[in-house]
Write a protein that binds this ligand. Structure first.
Ligand code: ATP
Ligand code: MG
Length: 321
């Protein structure tokens, strides 16, 4: 049986994940879902945000549905998300962004580049090492090519004209695309940040390095009207982790106003990951119909609560499956 670890986490994670969970339960009663507590709330209560035993229960899952965790300014606190990403080797961050007339996916390398963690300070300068490896580039390129093969084409976001490390990344990605028979183009990342906003229809799958992908995907959130709508996946060779792009949003937590669409769409990505395209499409269609009928949360100009929005989606879904 497929085992799903469900982590609500902190803040609005505790409101949007129950909605996404109900959606999965509605379409896949055969999946087994179990709760795992991780995050700042747990840290305050027990002194540990995620211990070895918790990590084992995440590792044992076929997939993880994750809400959000608050990272407090407390210097004693270590980011659980980084720990999970590293321990489960979730090297590909995948963010689909779909809207009127465009449908693109950003594939961001998640383990190296400027976030290599190799950095130091000296008296009069500070350095961060940008590490691009052949193994790291090849596996992210393969992941992007697999996606592009099922879709249309690949764009490699880079700054190879300035950075030797990116010339290396570009070389490896181009070779992988050629071997996979995927049509591919290179695009400088700065120009791409503008062009993706002006002509999103020209793009399909975009692969890029860690920091560039971080910036590009947040900029692209502008295309769909905000953080509450965007799902994401973090994929490794052995593990898969699905989470809304937004964080724990403490400013609106506990008020039943958070938009659960990003969480529901993350659940749909999970269904697709298990090959269940039919239910994934039904879930996305149920969200589309709900919004089209005017049922909207506050961020989209409506007045529907998180829970009530979830019930409306389940209603639409019931008629579709
Ligand atoms: P964190 O430190 O956990 O990332 P944050 O304060 O940065 O929390 P985010 O979740 O990253 O908050 O989002 C930034 C802002 O966008 C929030 O303060 C909130 O107002 C809004 N927002 C984010 N997610 C949603 C959502 N699902 N529905 C409605 N508004 C949202
Ligand atoms: Mg944030």
């Amino acid at each position: 049986m497929v085992q799903i670890a469900v982590v609500e986490g902190d803040g609005i994670g505790q409101e949007v994940i129950p909605v996404a969970r109900a959606v999965i339960e509605a379409v896949r009663p055969d999946f087994s879902l179990y709760d795992v507590e991780v995050g700042y709330g747990r840290w305050k209560r027990t002194g540990s945000a995620c211990d070895a035993e918790t990590m084992e229960s995440l590792r044992a899952a076929d997939a993880i549905l994750f809400g959000a965790v608050t990272t407090p300014p407390d210097p004693e606190y270590r980011s659980v998300l980084l720990q999970i990403r590293r321990d489960l080797d979730l090297y590909a961050n995948i963010r689909p962004i779909r809207g009127d007339g465009f449908d693109l996916v950003i594939v961001r390398e998640n383990t190296e580049g400027l976030y290599s963690g190799i950095e130091w300070r000296e008296a009069d300068r500070a350095c961060t090492l940008r590490v691009i490896t052949e193994k790291g580039s090849r596996r992210i390129a393969r992941c992007a090519c697999t996606l592009a093969k099922q879709r249309r084409h690949l764009t490699i976001g880079n700054k190879a004209n300035v950075l030797k490390s990116d010339a290396f990344f570009l070389e490896i990605c181009t070779r992988e695309a050629e071997e996979a028979g995927v049509p591919c183009k290179a695009h400088y990342i700065d120009a791409l940040c503008l062009d993706i906003l002006m002509h999103p229809d020209r793009y399909d799958v975009i692969v890029t390095t860690n920091m560039f992908g971080d910036i590009l995907s947040d900029a692209a959130a502008y295309l769909v009207g905000g953080l509450g709508l965007l799902p994401s996946a973090n994929i490794g060779d052995k593990h898969a982790f699905f989470e809304p792009v937004h964080g724990s949003a403490p400013d609106i937590a506990g008020k039943n106003v958070a938009n659960p669409i990003a969480a529901i769409k993350s659940a749909a990505m999970m269904l697709r990951h298990f090959g269940d395209t039919e239910h994934a499409a039904a879930v996305e269609e149920a969200v589309r119909l709900t919004v089209a009928k005017g049922t909207r949360t506050v961020d989209l100009g409506g007045a529907t609560g998180t829970r009530e929005f979830g019930e409306a989606v389940l209603g639409e879904l019931g008629a579709l499956i």
